[in-house]
Design a binder for this molecule. Structure first.
Ligand code: ACO
Length: 322
C-alpha cells in the first residue's frame, strides 16, 4: 500500500507589518478590542506589486529545499488560494513555470480558509492512487486585496502569506487520513458577493470585498471544528491523548482555545500564530506548520492534527504522522 508523507515545509511572509495600532488610524477600532476578541496583534500585508504567486513561489522553494527535492522531482502541484494572481492561468501554473517545473499537472483549489486541507487531501489521494510520487502543496493568499479597509468588522482580521509542503510516496503512513466537508447553504454568512460571472464592472468598481456575519460564523466554526476533531479521532481509532500537536486554522484565538480544551490538549501543544499572522486564509495552516517545524517544536514521528474552517462553508482536517 502506498501512503504519502511530508518531506519538507516552507513559508513566506511579506515584509510589511501592519499592527493593530496602525489600524486604529484608519478605522474606528482599538488594539485592545482586536486582541481581546481575536488574539491578533499584527498581520503582514503584501506590497503594492507583490502577488499571491510571489509568496507561493518563495514558500515552495523553501519547502523543496527542506525536502531535498528539485524541479525534476515534482510531478504534481496543487495550490489553494482565494486570491489568484489572474483569472487564468491558475496560480499553480504560474508558479510551476517560475519553478522551472514542466509537464506535470498543476491546478488551483478554492475552499477559502480550508483550502490547504483540501489541497493536501487532493495531493494525498493522487499519491495513494499511484498517479503522483512527489507533490508540491501550497496555500497562498493576498487576502488584503479583497478586504474593505473601511469595514472594521473584517479588515482587522486578515493578513497575507504563503505556506507549502512537499509530500512524497512512502511505504510507511505519513498522512493517515483527511476529512473534507462543505455546505453551500451557508454561503452568505461569509462571502465576496461579486465575481467574474456576476459582473466584471462591479469588480472594477472595487466592490469585490469580503462580507461576514462574524458572530454566526464564530458559532458555526466552534461547533463544526469540534465535530471534525471527533470524526478524525474516531475514524482512526485514536484517543485525544494520542495527538501531539494541534495545528489549527488561525482565525481567532478564542476558537483555537475552544478546540484545544475539547481535545484536553494544553495550549503549549497547539501551534498558535494568529497573534503575528492574523488570518491568512489558505496559508494559515501550512504557515503555522512551517513555523513549528523550523523552530524545532514539531519532531519526526509526532502525531499532528490539522483542521480548518472557512467560507462556503467548508471545513476539513488532516491527521498526519510527521
Ligand atoms: N473594533 C471595534 N469594534 C468592533 C470591531 C472592531 N474592529 N468590529 C466590530 N466591532 C463592534 C461591532 O460593531 C459590535 O458593536 P455593537 O455591539 O455596538 O453593535 C461589537 O463590536 C461586537 O461585534 P460582534 O461581531 O458581535 O463581535 P464578536 O465578539 O462576534 O467578534 C469577530 C467579532 C472577531 C469577527 C468574531 O465574530 C469572529 O472571530 N468570527 C469568526 C471569524 C472566523 O472564524 N472566520 C473563519 C473563516 S474566515 C474565511 O473563511 C475567509
Amino acid at each position: 500500500m502506498t501512503y504519502s508523507r511530508i518531506l519538507g515545509t516552507g513559508s513566506c511572509l511579506p515584509e510589511k507589518v501592519v499592527t493593530n495600532h496602525d489600524l486604529e488610524k484608519i478605522v474606528d477600532t482599538s488594539d485592545q478590542w482586536i486582541q481581546d476578541r481575536t488574539g491578533i496583534k499584527q498581520r503582514y500585508i503584501a506590497g503594492e506589486h507583490e502577488t499571491t504567486g510571489d509568496l507561493a513561489e518563495q514558500a515552495a522553494r523553501r519547502a523543496m529545499e527542506a525536502a531535498g527535492k528539485g524541479p525534476e522531482d515534482i510531478d504534481l502541484i496543487v495550490l489553494a488560494t482565494t486570491t489568484p494572481d489572474q483569472i487564468f492561468p491558475s496560480t499553480a501554473c504560474l508558479v510551476q513555470s517560475r519553478l522551472d517545473i514542466h509537464g506535470c499537472p498543476a491546478f488551483d483549489i478554492q475552499a477559502v480558509c480550508t483550502g490547504f486541507v483540501y489541497a493536501l487531501a487532493a495531493a494525498d489521494n493522487f499519491i495513494r492512487a499511484g498517479n503522483a510520487t512527489c507533490a508540491l502543496v501550497i496555500g497562498a493568499e493576498t487576502f488584503s486585496r479583497i478586504l474593505n479597509w473601511k469595514d472594521r468588522g473584517t479588515c482587522v482580521l486578515f493578513g497575507d502569506g504563503a505556506g507549502a509542503v512537499v509530500i512524497g510516496a512512502s511505504d510507511e503512513p505519513g498522512i493517515l487520513s483527511t476529512h473534507l466537508h462543505a455546505d453551500g447553504d451557508y454561503a452568505k454568512l461569509l462571502h465576496v458577493p461579486d465575481g467574474v460571472s456576476r459582473g466584471y464592472d462591479q469588480v472594477q468598481q472595487e466592490r469585490a470585498f469580503v462580507e461576514m456575519r462574524g458572530n454566526e460564523v464564530f458559532k458555526m466554526a466552534v461547533n463544526t471544528l469540534g465535530r471534525i476533531v471527533d470524526e478524525t479521532l474516531e475514524q482512526n481509532g485514536l484517543k485525544k491523548s494520542d495527538i501531539d500537536w494541534l495545528i489549527p486554522h488561525q482565525a481567532n484565538y478564542r476558537i483555537i482555545r475552544g478546540i484545544a480544551r475539547k481535545l484536553q490538549l494544553p495550549i503549549e501543544r497547539v501551534v498558535v500564530t494568529v497573534a503575528e499572522h492574523g488570518n491568512t486564509s489558505a496559508a494559515s495552516v501550512p504557515l503555522a506548520l512551517d513555523v513549528a517545524v523550523r523552530d524545532g517544536r514539531i519532531k519526526r514521528g509526532e502525531m499532528l492534527l490539522m483542521e480548518a474552517f472557512g467560507g462556503g462553508f467548508t471545513w476539513g482536517s488532516a491527521l498526519v504522522k510527521y
